[in-house]
Design a protein around this ligand. Sequence first.
Ligand SMILES: [Zn+2]
Length: 186
Amino acid sequence: MEELCTIVAMDSSNVSYTICTTCEKTLVTGSTCNSTNDNDVPPFCKFCQDFKTAAAAAFITSSSSRFKRLYRLLLSIAYGNKVVVVICFDKAARVLFGCSADEFFDFEKVNPFAALNAGKILEGEMFQMKLCEPKNGNAQHLRAVSVVPLRSGFRPVIDTLRKLYRVGHSSHQVPQSRSHSPFQTS
Ligand SMILES: [Zn+2]
């Protein structure tokens, strides 16, 4: 069903999840979800790690070994005369955020409260949403499978956040909260 929806709130505590870099299976390691140093953990599921598939082996030797993330947003939306919680996966969430979940995660690492502010930015915005019943019988929330902004001046969240945090388009960002250099030698 297509509905005219207003975003009432976004759960900013958990906007993305990690997947295995090789087979893209969801990684259910709760403790790593909000970890800021995921470089300590190999970005593979147990299967790929145990069997060291060719792809995984190739990836380990590549320099960019890190988790891959996808969005999973919980949004409270109002439509008609009700308010419901819907779940919004990667494809639709990218329309709202304007960048990949990996990019947002990196942004959030150096810009505290980015997710919280993202929720505030989205509050009150209106969208045409296509809502579907979950395919999985255990899932409790409707899914927003497509999202189209209704306001002509709508800017994706990341644009507004970059302005808010005064982040230029240069890739040279200096995190100010770091107490030690990432190139620690001892
Ligand atoms: Zn895997």
